[in-house]
Write a protein that binds this ligand. Structure first.
Ligand code: AMP
Ligand code: MG
Length: 357
């Protein structure tokens, strides 16, 4: 039988109150799990080098054991201590890490390199590689510095639910399952970090995220970046390079989401199906087809990818709160990692995937 997580009162702490931040730090130091703000989404923090805290994270999230965690660090030195860079290719990998850290840290770029032996195997779900990033949120970096060691911090939601971009979202699925949430208001990016494998030469994107392929290429002064084996839910790669990327993900719990191309969206508009569409698309449909039938719900999304990304999971939580059976979502179409819409489209694809997990 599955072990039940004992119920606790989850404290809501304020990141703007220094005493609350210190209390969150004390809870973490004592091995408890606490939801912490980052610039991407809220993370469920715990001591990353302590197997017991790591186990508590998996338990609170009900996260499958094969889905590895990202370790969050306060500086490059802390990151370098977590990888084994002594191998044949170590010097090249180290230079690559230093270059990417210089360009993108603190920020939403996660680097995957060979794991050091002292990092518990449960963090990396048994893989010999380890994912690490330095978050941009100053409060979380301060917490990591204060705790003095890396924090493991997957998204602070029960597995497969939408990622939380506000403290209230965290409470919807983890209230009673974790010690506290440190509320710092809405997240700036709203989409998870981009995960890059620096072991391969040239580097490879393992998970689409806040930093697009175009931005990576631009900063690295390269013309193209590989995403080989990334897969999509319906075209899973034979050998997964980034576990946790393959199944249905990020979706409201009771709603079937459909990704609709132009014609299907027009039909949905006319039939009165609830839809999630950009403001400009809504204006166009309304102009072309007239008003919607009464009682049909329209979830209006911003027109820029940055604002859309910030709003996406909040919209999923709104859909969840309405308890809708079906919602049609505007297909954003991009297939190129160079597009600023690419990571968002990836989340829509995974949220609407109806096949086997
Ligand atoms: P999150 O649930 O947002 O914390 O994201 C964790 C994700 O990072 C995992 O689901 C993987 O996609 C990726 N990841 C973490 N560790 C590794 C690793 N060692 N190798 C490849 N991908 C990883
Ligand atoms: Mg997650």
């Amino acid at each position: 039988m599955k072990k039940m997580v004992p119920l606790k009162n989850t404290l809501i702490l304020k990141a703007s109150h220094p005493a609350d931040v210190r209390y969150a730090g004390a809870l973490l130091k004592a091995g408890q799990v606490v939801a912490i703000p980052t610039e991407t989404v809220y993370g469920l923090g715990g001591l990353g080098l302590h197997a017991q805290s790591v186990a508590s994270i998996y338990e609170a999230k009900n996260r499958p054991q094969h889905n590895p965690l990202i370790l969050h660090v306060a500086n490059l030195e802390m990151a370098l201590s977590l990888w084994n860079l002594d191998g044949e290719d170590g010097a090249r990998v180290r230079t690559c890490i230093e270059t990417l850290a210089q360009l993108f840290w603190p920020g939403p770029l996660t680097l995957v390199a060979p794991k050091a032996a002292h990092v518990p195997g449960s963090v990396s779900a048994g893989l010999n590689s380890l994912a690490v990033r330095m978050p941009a949120h100053p409060v979380t970096r301060q917490l990591i510095e204060w705790v003095g060691e890396p924090l493991a911090a997957p998204s602070a939601n029960v597995a497969n639910r939408p990622s939380p971009t506000r403290a209230g979202h965290v409470m919807r699925s983890l209230s009673g399952r974790i010690a506290a949430v440190l509320d710092a208001g809405p997240c700036e990016a709203g989409i998870e970090s981009t995960v890059v494998d620096v072991r391969s030469d040239p580097i490879k994107i393992l998970r689409a995220g806040t930093i697009s392929g175009a931005v990576l290429c631009d900063k690295l002064a390269i013309s193209d970046i590989s995403t080989a084996n990334l897969g999509s839910p319906s075209h899973a790669p034979a050998v997964p390079t980034s576990p946790g990327q393959l199944s249905r993900h990020y979706a409201p719990s009771n709603t079937r989401l459909h990704l609709l191309g132009h014609e299907s969206l027009q039909e949905a508009w006319q039939s009165g199906m609830s839809v999630l569409i950009r403001a400009a698309t809504q204006a166009r449909l309304s102009h072309e087809l007239g008003d919607r039938p009464l009682n049909s719900l329209t979830f209006t999304m911003p027109d820029s990818p940055e604002a859309y990304g910030r709003a996406l999971y909040g919209a999923f939580y709104n859909i969840e709160a309405q308890d809708l059976e079906e919602v049609g979502m505007e297909d954003l179409v991009p297939t190129s990692p160079m597009s600023p819409w690419w990571a968002i489209q990836d989340r829509l694809l995974r949220a609407s995937y109806q096949g086997p997990k």
